[in-house]
Ligand binder design. Structure first.
Ligand SMILES: O=C(O)CCC(=O)C(=O)O
Length: 296
């Protein structure tokens, strides 16, 4: 699927835009399921295991920050990752054996949908090596106004910035960090069906949605099978115990086989501890830890 030039661009810059990552039929199906899920949130009064509600959510006006783990909500979300052109992009960049860490459908509502403060995904879940990436499949057009993803090229090869604030892991950098070169930011806009790719160490964030259209991006975060998680991140997997961990790992394999020999690389790690008062999502982590906003 990816040309050598695209692979080299990703290796050099730590991000990539892939146009027409899904077919029009696949896109239409994903949109239909997504709008059905959003509609079903009308009956939900507080955030739960499926929905993260945004301020102002009501039966009449559903406002969500996120649908959690979409690949567990409908088989179509799994098929797009495991049996489509998206799968080819995954194996082109991470090799034949890959697993999913998590998925989320960030649904920035029109007129204010929350910003995501600048961060490196790696700070949330360090592994034995950094062959991890995130896909962001655009389910509607993304432009400058509806809160596009922004990345700082090349930061995947740089240091891990501090994500601690007020003595806890805040899931965001300090906007005044001298290592934060905001003037280098690239904004990733595109047509529905386009997909962003960013490396787990690439610094990224996104502004609030100031348009009158929803910003729907389906994120899949994946790892090479030889990247093993380091204990201490805020993941359910650490609670599973050995037998359930193994069963869960089989379910999370997207392509190929689990790898029992972790590849240990010299990577910068700082454990995301102690946790923020509410670490149930990135939005809650950043808010409850008192992360300073780069967007206000
Ligand atoms: O929704 C976005 O714009 C960014 C999401 C993100 O970076 C995250 O959830 O880790």
């Amino acid at each position: 699927m990816l040309s050598d030039a695209q692979k080299a661009f990703y290796q050099d810059n730590g991000y990539l835009m892939v146009e027409d990552a899904v077919t029009p039929q696949q896109l239409a199906r994903l949109q239909e399921i997504t709008y059905r899920l959003i509609d079903a949130s009308r009956d939900v009064g507080e955030s739960d295991e499926v929905y993260d509600l945004d301020k102002g959510h009501s039966r009449d006006t559903p406002r969500l920050t996120r649908i959690k783990l979409p690949h567990k909500r409908d088989p179509c979300f799994w098929e797009i990752l495991a049996q489509s052109q998206v799968t080819e992009v995954l194996t082109d960049l991470l090799g034949p054996d890959t697993s999913i860490i998590t998925s989320k459908l960030n649904t920035k509502a029109p007129g204010g949908g929350a910003a995501v403060e600048w961060h490196q995904d790696w700070a949330f879940y360090p592994h034995t090596n950094d062959d991890l990436l995130a896909f962001g499949l655009m389910l509607e057009d993304v432009d400058e106004a509806n809160g596009p993803l922004m990345v700082i090229p090349g930061t995947h090869k740089g240091p891990l910035l501090s994500h601690h604030m007020n003595g806890v892991f805040a899931g965001a950098i300090d906007p005044d960090d001298p290592l934060f070169q905001r003037d280098k930011a690239v904004t990733l806009t595109g047509k529905a069906g386009s997909m962003t790719v960013h490396h787990c160490r690439t610094l990224h964030g996104s502004a609030p949605n100031v348009s009158d259209r929803a910003r729907l991006i389906l994120f899949y975060e994946c790892a090479s099978a030889d990247a093993w998680p380091i204990l201490g991140a805020s993941s359910y997997i650490h609670e599973l115990g050995q037998r359930r961990f193994w069963a869960d790992l089989q379910d999370r394999m997207v392509t190929g086989q689990p790898c029992l020999e972790p590849r240990l690389e010299q990577v910068p790690v700082r454990m995301p501890l102690p946790p923020a008062p509410d670490n149930s999502s990135i939005f809650k982590t950043q808010e409850s830890a008192g992360a300073r906003s780069a967007f206000s």
